[in-house]
Design a protein around this ligand. Structure first.
Ligand SMILES: C[S@@+](CC[C@H](N)C(=O)[O-])C[C@H]1O[C@@H](n2cnc3c(N)ncnc32)[C@H](O)[C@@H]1O
Length: 133
């Protein structure tokens, strides 16, 4: 099976006007479905984390765990890092990655979260490396 490759362009970009809307987002207003299931030790991957306000909120909710935010745009991750540092969070990190080619081993994360990302990617359904489904 051919490897999944990014075929979409993220048309919104990361202009200040776009980021103003994204940074309004919190875990409470954008990931409420998840909050009741979180445990303090959990390891979370936030795919397409953008400026990282949701990511930072999630890190605060898993103080004994860890959150990794990934995005394919390096510039926006600088803002995400600054947000996390400004809140004094030490259990979160950010890395450049394409959602189609994540290289974390199985069972690295307890939760994989994506908010407002899948509509922007070339292969939103993905394919399971194990079963091809
Ligand atoms: C609408 S923003 C959402 C950001 C954040 N999740 C939020 O809700 O505030 C979508 C983000 O997905 C990222 N993105 C788009 N395609 C991606 C891909 N193939 N791999 C990783 N990130 C991607 C974009 O760079 C952008 O930061």
């Amino acid at each position: 099976m051919p490897e999944a490759r990014e075929t979409a362009v993220y048309t919104h970009g990361h202009h200040e006007s776009v980021l103003r809307s994204h940074t309004w987002r919190t875990a409470a207003n954008s990931a409420a479905y998840l909050l009741g299931s979180l445990k303090p030790h959990m390891r979370i991957l936030d795919v397409g984390c953008g400026p990282g306000t949701i990511t930072a909120d999630l890190a605060a909710l898993v103080p004994d765990g860890h959150v990794t935010g990934v995005d394919h745009a390096p510039g926006v991750l600088e803002q995400a890092r600054a947000t996390a540092a400004g809140r004094g969070l030490t259990n979160v990190d950010f890395a450049v990655a394409d959602v189609h080619a994540l290289d974390h081993p199985d069972d690295t994360f307890c939760v994989v979260h994506a908010h407002q990302v899948l509509q922007h990617v070339g292969d939103p359904c993905g394919r399971c490396a194990r079963c091809g489904g």
